[in-house]
Write a protein that binds this ligand. Structure first.
Ligand code: SAH
Length: 269
């Protein structure tokens, strides 16, 4: 996958993308990330990338010309091809007004060959960029950041870890929070894990078994895989009900899950 990031702060990305799985994915050749300085695509002495808003109002707005010129230099497919079903390229404008970025969107993006991120700043980006240049607008959540750079880094990290081969144990990314689809990893041996099926992940513990008087739940040391799986599923259900009840609506729930939820909902009262 090739990733391009258009920004007025190219140095911002030295750091966030240079660690962990994102770095590994680049070193393994699974992803290449190119950061483009929008000021290179200006033509005035001051390398101006922003201007005052038409109609008046607060702050400054990113000008369209450097963004259009920078994107044109990348030799992408034409926009109508990129908007077609099964297209392998996407130009994403980071925006608080965009559709919400979720794990499901991350999985869709991980199937592409090329993603271009446009990072806004100031009051935002001239709307002609959203209307005629970008293919979609994505928001990483219902809050306002000062720029699209962190949002782009968030999406790059969430997507690159889904590229086949990026994470050592691929089954682990299929079981995590929010991930629907395969409930169980393909494995012949005893299996004590369970996929989240769209819920939050179950809790994880490691050594020491007892730490400052806090003991690891006994069931995890029992060696009984079926019991461990059942216990993990219940903890995932409990935590989802407590922290993200909205996720229960779209989740794949067994009759046993539903009974358990009904019981704890009744106990809570
Ligand atoms: N005036 C805009 C906010 C501009 S913030 C509004 O009220 O909607 C400046 C830039 O930060 C935006 O152009 C966008 O690129 C980025 N940004 C801010 N919040 C974001 C979010 N939640 N998700 C993604 N990008 C965001």
């Amino acid at each position: 996958m090739k990733v391009d990031i258009l920004t007025i702060f190219p140095d911002f990305f030295r750091g966030p993308l240079d660690h962990g799985i994102t770095r590994r994915a680049c070193e393994m050749g699974l992803a290449t990330i190119a950061v483009h300085d929008l000021r290179v695509f200006t033509h005035d002495k001051h390398r101006t990338v922003d201007d005052r808003p038409f109609g008046g109002g607060e702050g400054m707005v990113l000008k369209p010309e450097p963004l259009f010129e920078c994107l044109e230099s990348l030799a992408l497919s034409p926009r109508e091809d990129r908007l077609a079903a099964k297209a392998k390229q996407s130009v994403i404008l980071l925006s608080a007004q965009g559709r919400r970025f979720t794990q499901a969107v991350a999985a869709d993006l991980a199937a592409l060959d090329r993603i271009v991120f446009i990072c806004g700043r100031y009051e935002g980006v001239d709307e002609r960029v959203a209307d005629f240049l970008a293919d979609r607008e994505l928001s990483i959540g219902d809050y306002v950041l000062s720029g699209g750079e962190i949002a782009a880094a968030v999406i790059v990290e969430a997507v690159t870890r889904l590229l086949p081969g990026a994470v050592g144990n691929e089954a682990s990314t299929r079981q995590e929070s929010f991930t629907t689809g395969a409930q169980m990893p393909n494995s012949n041996g005893p299996n004590s894990t369970c996929g989240s099926g769209g819920l939050l992940d179950y809790p994880h513990y490691t050594r020491p078994a007892e730490f400052r008087g806090m003991a690891v739940p006994e069931v995890l040391i029992s060696g009984n895989h079926e019991e461990i799986r059942g216990w993990r599923r219940q903890r995932a259900l409990e935590k989802t009900l407590r922290n993200r009840p909205d996720l229960l609506e779209g989740a794949a729930l067994s009759d046993e899950d539903k009974k358990f939820l009904a019981r704890i909902a009744k106990d809570r009262g």
